[in-house]
Design a protein. Sequence first.
Length: 102
Amino acid sequence: MPKKEVLANITQLQWQPISFAIGIALLASLMSYLLAHSFASPLSKITKLFMRLDSGQANLAYRLPQSKNLHNGDSLLARACFQLRNLKQTQRQLKLTTNKSH
């Protein structure tokens, strides 16, 4: 077997794992981008709402539209809202308890 053919096969074998690694890296990058976008989009909407509230131009009855791919209780935002409601309720109970003791 000529030396050129052997070297050509070796070169081809060298590029095969490199191509595979580049493909996997591109796929992982795309998945990371989509995941980051799914987290950042609702946060961006909330930030804009708070900026409008701060400037006094917001409708206080405004509700953020619920995303089609989020299920009640399953989303990070829904869990955060639930925790905030619990915190507010606990704060009220503590306030009532301290007012009764004085």
